[in-house]
Design a protein around this ligand. Structure first.
Ligand SMILES: [Zn+2]
Length: 258
């Protein structure tokens, strides 16, 4: 049983169409998928896919790179309205901070406002959060400590040190690992894979991005998550089945899926 807990299969890169992508995933060993939204429009697409496939769940949210796409108040209002339209929405995400693409303080401040408001929304709706943190570890931790998510969450595509991992785990959060753990020179995620308590690990693809070895450079698919699982198993000297099952149960627990 495999659960890809983070994939953007509404992306235009999938020329074959969403239905074909989902069907191919289900034929290739994927049991569950979580599709996060990154803006209002894509959150709607995620809801639509989840409503059509039993195995697909979704999250809604405004990504830090999308904070200029909508006014904050209007964004929160629309997310609240969207939440009422589906019982497959299991998280607010992906939300957070991105200092890799964004350097100016004005936009960083806007990212902070969106992040905090969406944590509060998640608390109000009794939902966990899916956090995107790129080159903003210190600030992310500061916000999470000050505005505690009451229903937990995952730090997706984790790229930090063991020290940062421990801080995140202390908050009761899960850690998501994806394609980079399979890349030869990516030492940080390999170290995390070796040391993380298994009950706190999620596996994900971030499809269509971050494609694992041996398909790196090509478009990513949720079923390639098996390469992520195999690499983690190899690093930890577990068998893949153990990683598969633990991460499947962890994902269901975090997102409240029965
Ligand atoms: Zn993502």
């Amino acid at each position: 049983m495999i659960f890809d807990t983070h994939c953007h299969i509404y992306d235009d890169k999938y020329e074959e169409g969403i239905d074909k992508v989902v069907e191919t995933c289900l034929m290739n060993g994927i049991s569950l998928m979580m599709i996060p939204g990154d803006n209002i429009n894509n959150s709607k697409k995620a809801i639509d896919i989840a409503s059509r496939f039993e195995e697909v769940y979704c999250a809604i949210g405004i990504h830090p790179e999308e904070v200029d796409s909508i006014d904050l108040e209007e964004g929160i209002k629309q997310l609240k309205e969207l939440y009422l339209t589906s019982n497959k929405i299991k998280a607010i995400g992906e939300i957070g901070l991105d200092r890799y693409w964004v350097k100016d303080e004005k936009t960083i401040n806007k990212q902070k406002e969106f992040f905090i408001a969406q944590i509060e929304l998640a608390n109000e709706l009794h939902l966990p959060i899916i956090v995107h943190d790129r080159e903003a570890h210190g600030l992310t931790l500061e916000i999470l400590k000050k505005h505690t998510p009451k229903y937990g969450g995952v730090l997706h595509c984790f790229s930090g040190s063991l020290e940062y991992m421990n801080e995140i785990l202390k908050m009761g959060f899960y850690i998501g690992l994806d394609g980079p753990v399979t890349w030869k020179k990516a030492e940080a995620p390999k170290l995390v894979a070796r040391n993380i308590p298994l009950e706190k690990l999620l596996v994900e693809t971030d499809s269509p991005y971050l494609t694992p070895h041996p398909y790196r450079g090509k478009i990513n698919y949720p079923y390639y998550v098996k390469y992520v699982i195999d690499e983690i198993a190899k690093i930890r000297e577990n068998n893949s089945r153990e990683i598969e099952e633990a991460t499947y149960e962890n994902g269901k627990r975090l997102f409240g899926i029965r």
